[in-house]
Design a protein around this ligand. Structure first.
Ligand code: PLP
Length: 415
């Protein structure tokens, strides 16, 4: 086989179409550690600009926290750089097991198994335990990695309308003939910051004999009174059978993920989880730093409290300034603009004002639902928030979108 002229032309054309549809994703080069204040080269080759980062998953501001860096250094010094092995051959150190135990304590589960990412955890979570006689019933707006995990499994699948408990109940009734039923949901949905009604989901699971699988990547570390996640927020700790989450967001933001839950199931993943058996062990530098993050978060709720306060402040100021914001309590704040070009233009103007935000449009969100997604962090100080808010107001005035209804914005800019 050769990389023929036809193949080359085919892919060039595909790429051009992506670009013409305004869907081409450009990367912006950051020259500093991840933080509230960053230095960015954008466009490529331009002078560096100092901007405020309002779109990282660095919810607790731990990505460059001195104690976390120190723990990473300690891990590197004491345990070396790489394990050069999967877990079951010679890739398990005592600190891997310790971190799994700390995560179980923190999440309120029986046992935990680490993966290289939450994407990998989701690739194992259904495939390793379910067969043809089982079914996964999934919220229609679940994260891509849950969808992919379901695709990899030989089990059957069905879905329910986003957050619609009546519809979920119907589906559970419909599938009473299956051996095992698993309800799969995100804890927090990343585009709107809305939260799954886990109490109702667990009640339905009890009533119709189903397991609950929760992906809590956008919640672990800060949702709930002590930051355990959306299961704490909804008062259902101990009732989640399978919880997947990432170390790549609030918990220091490097990489790594896990499945946490019922102990027999976790043992099944050690025996059968393909991304666990056939992919390298998480390196000691990350294990050591993530362990310190869990210690920090178990000691004090200061950081999640600060994040809650920052979120409340930002949401309140932006709403009273007249922006159309999906209501909620999560640090994901969707500022609705509906039109894709408008979202891009606002993001560009915000960048010129020193605020790094990104416009999201189709296919990441449905057509006609373009937006800017702001993500707050405990690492944001008052001055960061105030600067971002005044920049939004300035740009909002320029485009005349303040105190305008959805219909008015769409009338002016189109869908
Ligand atoms: C970010 C995210 C993931 C992926 O996590 P990684 O550890 O980066 O692979 C999985 N699920 C959800 C819901 C996420 O938001």
């Amino acid at each position: 086989m050769v990389y023929s002229k036809e193949a080359q032309e085919f892919f060039s054309k595909e790429l051009k179409e992506i670009e013409e549809q305004g869907l081409f994703k450009e990367e912006r080069y950051i020259h500093s550690p991840q933080s509230a204040d960053i230095e960015v080269e954008y466009p490529a080759g331009a002078e560096l600009s100092a901007v405020i980062n309002m779109c990282a998953n660095n919810y607790l501001g731990l990505s460059s926290h001195p104690e976390v860096l120190q723990a990473a250094h300690d891990g590197l010094e004491e345990r070396g750089y790489g394990m050069s092995s999967v877990r079951f051959i010679c890739g398990t150190q005592d600190i891997h097991r310790e971190l799994e135990e700390k995560l179980s304590d923190f999440l309120g589960t029986e046992d935990t198994i680490l993966f290289s990412s939450c994407m990998d955890a989701n690739a194992a979570v259904f495939e390793a335990i379910l067969g043809k006689e089982d079914i996964v019933i999934c919220d229609r707006l679940n994260h891509a990695s849950i969808i992919d995990g379901i695709r990899l499994a030989s089990s059957q699948q069905d879905s329910y309308k986003h957050l619609d408990m009546k519809h979920l109940e119907k589906k559970l009734q419909l599938h009473q003939d299956k051996r095992f039923r698993v309800i799969a949901t995100d804890g927090v949905f990343s585009m709107d910051g809305d939260i799954a009604p886990l109490d109702a989901i667990c009640d339905l699971a009890d009533k119709y004999d189903a397991m609950v699988m929760l992906d809590d990547s956008h919640a672990t570390g800060f949702m709930g009174r002590t930051g355990r996640g959306s299961h704490e927020h909804c008062g259902v700790m101990g009732r989640i059978d399978l919880l997947t989450t990432t170390l790549g967001k609030a918990l220091g933001g490097a990489s790594g993920g896990c499945i946490s839950g019922r102990k027999e199931l976790i043992e099944m993943y050690r025996q059968r989880g393909r991304p666990y058996l056939f992919s390298n062990s998480v390196p000691p530098v990350i294990i050591s730093a993530a362990g310190r993050v869990i210690d920090l978060l178990s000691r004090t709720t200061e950081r999640r409290d600060q994040l809650e306060e920052n979120t409340r402040y930002f949401r309140e100021k932006m709403t009273s300034a007249g922006f159309d914001i999906r209501p909620g309590v999560h640090p994901i704040v969707p500022i609705m603009l509906y039109n894709a070009k408008l979202a891009q233009d606002v993001a560009r103007d915000m960048y010129a004002e020193g605020i790094y935000v990104i416009g999201f449009s189709f296919p990441v969100v449905p057509k006609g639902q373009a937006r800017i997604r702001v993500q707050l962090s405990a690492g944001h100080k008052q001055k960061h928030l105030d600067k971002a808010i005044s920049a939004f107001i300035k740009v909002g005035k320029k485009y005349d979108i303040l105190h305008k209804s959805k219909e008015e914005i769409i009338e002016k800019y189109g869908m």
